[in-house]
Write a protein that binds this ligand. Sequence first.
Ligand code: AQP
Length: 332
Amino acid sequence: RPRVLSGIQPTAGSFHLGNYLGAVRQWVALQESHDAFYMVVDLHAITVPQDPTALRANTRLAAAQLLAAGLDPERCTLFVQSHVPEHAQLAWVMNCLTGFGEASRMTQFKDKSAKQGADRTSVGLFTYPILQIADILLYQANQVPVGEDQRQHIELTRDLAERFNGRYGDTFTVPAPYILKETGKVYDLQDPAVKMSKSASSVKGIINLLDEPKTSAKKIKSAVTDTDTVIRYDAEAKPGVSNLLTIYSTLTGESIADLEKKYEGKMYGALKTDLAEIMVEFVTPFRDRTQEYLDDPETLDSILAKGAEKARAVAAETLASAYDRIGFLPAK
Ligand code: AQP
């Protein structure tokens, strides 16, 4: 079975609809056909300041949401990044192989650091993509299911895998991004020119899956569309309506073409009312299941402990072979 690896930050509390449709939904599907490793990336989270109590709670909350979304610990390996020390260890190696110039070209860092200002930006945020390289290469992942915003980081991962292999001999699988055209980028409901984002979206622009269902319904109903009245998919000319159609189609399995037919001659209000209802039906059981996992932290922690054990076995083997190739003296 080909292998997949991906991660999600525990920082936000609730996952948003972009996280779910862009990434987590694919994780659930891929556990059926792939040897799947998924993690809550707490080491990535501390690239910006975190309150310790909140970080710990949010790490469990992220794991609970992943299980609620459909990850099955019998079918995939679910773990917490900091439970596997090899991530930080291989990241150092990758830091030393990455050019300062090429790391400086990462657009996500440029955007975030420009917003925060240089003095409030940690070196960790700068090297975030390099930790991500280690995350992926440790598991010899063939594919990395992520949203479009991660494409550049996966390209860098491929470059570094090839660089290491070229210099030291074949060690790492060169991974490919797994990004769905339809949902690789879910857009902000109030500003459909930009992605739905935890840090940049307005409250009304983002659907947090753990919010009150009626809050999410309201946000769908007040989503920005356009002055035209036709319900048609056209990402360029009608980004707001197209975003709603994508969300609708993904949550129900109805094709965009069928939806265009279904809403022919109807007003935007009809589409929004129906989608609001679909959203309520989706988030209500998701919230309930998340709460069930949170109510039983012992079971949750034991799932994560087992996951870490399985992950470590793979990660330790890869790190040992990388260390050996580099020429580190074995600790006997
Ligand atoms: N709008 C989106 N559309 C599709 N996929 C998305 N992802 C994030 N936003 C969208 C994907 O979700 C996965 C987890 O991302 P993360 O760990 O970076 O989570 P986050 O920090 O909560 O996501 P944000 O909102 O993207 O954070 P900020 O605002 O800090 O940049 C990834 O696979 C990501 O591609």
